[in-house]
Design a protein around this ligand. Structure first.
Ligand code: C2E
Ligand code: MG
Ligand code: MG
Length: 578
């Protein structure tokens, strides 16, 4: 519309235009050179609170913007944050200076972008702050450290501490995730106490925190500070009616002594923390060069384990579970072995935990099953077609429905799932996950038996047994060794025995090595089954096939002698007394 048509507009047309301006969905204002409002349409009146629908916004900034835009003589686009009490409204406003009827005026059009802005803020917060604890994220602490590194003109030192909560997985499994989360929040509060404004605590993942202490004067000062922090953490936490004890392991690196980049400092703090984890936990250590060599050696083991899995360099040794009265083999247990880079056979103690940490254990369990299936004819020939076949499953796997589903399916696909038993430690049963309620029934449906392995070494109490549904309970070797000489263990054994009887579980004594132990079990208990070197060491089937009398277990055991196997499947290894 040009001036001509405008001046020639009829009264009706003018009224029509006025109404349109009034009802425009965007806020529209016209201000004079002093910033006074000459025209305010309905949307602007609502935005600014002039219509009384919300508290009146502070109009001073808008007047100031008006003066600036007029003196600049060109359009400006601004984001205006209008605060009315706690509520915040954000407007995206275009101010445009115009000359109309000989006057300098400012036309401003605003749209409300509050929602979009809130969403952006939320995105920003989640990128830079941890939702659970409200602590800054890894990015923020890295940024802070990089600033310190860039600013350093020599002489300024800082410390980076890597903190990892000990056994957090256990706590999470046992008490459930809600309690685990609450514990992390409480922990972060205790950790954050006594920090200076120039320090920063950050949560970088699950149960891992980074603490930046800057500036620092000396290593001693940092050691003292960390010591008092750790002491604060040893007091119990009261969460959800539980008294929870938690400890934290800490590794510390110092700038510039232990690295000149954030990444190196973090890695070295991590290496120092790892040393603490392996040496009793709950303490703090500073990085030193010997730790680096250790870390490299560990890396080598990791690499070779990954390679072994990739190349399927695993095999199984089988150990029989024997009826101590008739000497018949009730079943066998498959025990995994690794052939390392040099062809030496390694027992699981050297790699099972690492395989768990590296997420390789599921694959390993499937490999064990595949090996059993491949050798089933030989297994039947050796131990009898009735013998049950036990496979060990780590507690961590047992609580993982995804793995357990795939494992159940693989057992089903063998065509003889009812031959199998899975051995899990008691921790899997008491953990607050779906093992008992959802996972176990899946296996029961297939006819797969359930065995509680290493009973007596875990976190559960005897009374927890009452809630566990299993077919078999294996009493840990630590109770069986020298049982004939240990009245306390005898008492425990009797208790487990009668409880298991009441619950209909078969009891197996693990690690039976001597004739005296056997004689005690036979004379003083009703225990029917045992597993141990006394009857047979774990054996390799190929060796039986080749009819070699010497067990290849000889290669992994320090003191071993040839074992003779008979067709009933046990070896009378009376020479294996220790
Ligand atoms: P476990 O399931 O309790 O197996 C019994 C362990 O005790 C075996 O050690 C066996 O060789 C050893 N043993 C048996 N009888 C005696 C004895 O009379 N005296 C002594 N001193 N030891 C005896 P191994 O084969 O080194 O296995 C250690 C652990 O590794 C197993 O304990 C099991 O928890 C784990 N493991 C073995 N194979 C697998 C597997 O395929 N998957 C998983 N997740 N864990 C496995
Ligand atoms: Mg076992
Ligand atoms: Mg065991």
């Amino acid at each position: 519309m040009n001036d001509n048509s405008y001046s020639g507009a009829t009264e009706a047309e003018l009224g029509f235009l006025k109404e349109i301006v009034r009802m425009l969905p965007a806020g529209l204002t016209v201000q004079d050179a002093q910033g006074e409002l000459l025209l305010v349409n309905d949307a602007a009146a609502a935005q600014l609170g002039i219509d009384g629908s919300r508290p009146l916004a502070d109009l001073a900034p808008r007047r100031e913007a008006c003066r600036q835009a007029l003196s600049a003589g060109q359009a400006v686009v601004t984001e205006e944050a209008l605060h009315a009490g706690a509520a915040r409204q954000v407007l995206l406003t275009t101010h445009r200076p115009v000359r109309l009827a000989g006057r300098e005026l400012l036309i401003s059009a605003s749209s409300d972008i509050t929602e979009q802005k809130n969403f952006e803020d939320q995105l920003f917060r989640s990128a830079y702050f941890d939702e659970l604890t409200g602590l800054p994220s890894r990015r923020v602490i890295e940024h802070r450290a990089n600033n310190l590194l860039a600013r350093d003109r020599g002489g300024e030192r800082f410390a980076l501490a890597f903190l990892d909560v000990d056994n957090f997985k256990h706590i999470n499994d046992y008490y459930g995730h809600a309690v685990g989360d609450a514990l992390l929040v409480e922990l972060s509060k205790r950790l954050g106490r006594d920090l200076r404004d120039s320090d920063m605590l950050s949560r970088i993942s699950g149960d891992e925190f980074l603490l930046l202490l800057s500036p620092i004067q000396s290593q001693e000062e940092v050691a003292e500070f960390m010591q008092s922090t750790l002491e604060r953490l040893t007091a119990p936490f009261f969460i959800d009616n539980s008294e929870i004890f938690a400890s934290t392991s800490v590794g510390i690196s110092l700038y510039p002594d232990h690295g000149r980049s954030f990444e190196t400092l973090r890695q070295n703090a991590d290496i120092a923390m790892y040393r603490i984890k392996n040496n009793g936990k709950g303490l703090a250590a500073f990085f030193d060069a010997s730790m680096e060599r250790e870390a490299q050696a560990r890396m080598k083991v990791e690499q070779s384990l990954r390679l072994a899995i990739l190349e399927k360099r695993f095999c199984c040794a089988f150990q029989s579970k024997v009826d101590i009265r008739t000497q018949a083999v009730k079943g066998i247990e498959a025990l995994v072995r690794l052939r390392d880079d040099e062809g030496v056979i390694q027992a699981p103690g050297s790699f099972i935990n690492l395989a768990g940490e590296l997420g390789l254990i599921d694959e390993l369990t499937h490999l064990v099953l595949a090996e059993i299936v491949k050798s089933i004819d030989l297994i039947n020939d050796t131990f009898g077609a009735e013998a049950t076949i036990s496979i060990n499953v780590a507690a961590k796997q047992a609580g993982n429905p995804e793995f357990m589903r795939s494992f159940a399916q693989a057992l089903d696909e063998t065509g003889f799932p009812q031959r199998f038993m899975i051995e899990v430690t008691e921790d899997a049963f008491v953990a607050k996950n779906h093992f008992q309620t959802e996972i176990l029934p899946m296996f029961r449906k297939l006819g797969v038996g359930i065995s509680i392995d290493d009973f007596g070494t875990g976190y559960s109490s005897l009374s927890a047994l009452a809630d566990i549904t299993a077919d078999e309970i294996k009493i840990d070797r630590s109770f069986i060794t020298d049982i004939h000489k240990r009245p306390r263990s005898q008492g425990i054994l009797r208790a487990i025995e009668s409880l298991s009887e009441a619950l209909g579980m078969t009891v197996i004594a693990e690690g039976l090595e001597s004739h005296e132990e056997l004689a005690y079990l036979q004379a003083a208990t009703k225990i029917r089954y045992a597993q141990g070197y006394y009857f047979s060491r774990p054996i390799f089937l190929e060796e039986l096939k080749l009819a070699t009398p010497a067990s290849s277990e000889a290669r992994i055991s320090v003191a071993s002698r040839p074992v003779q196997h008979n067709r009933q499947g046990y070896s009378r290894a009376s020479g294996y007394r220790r």
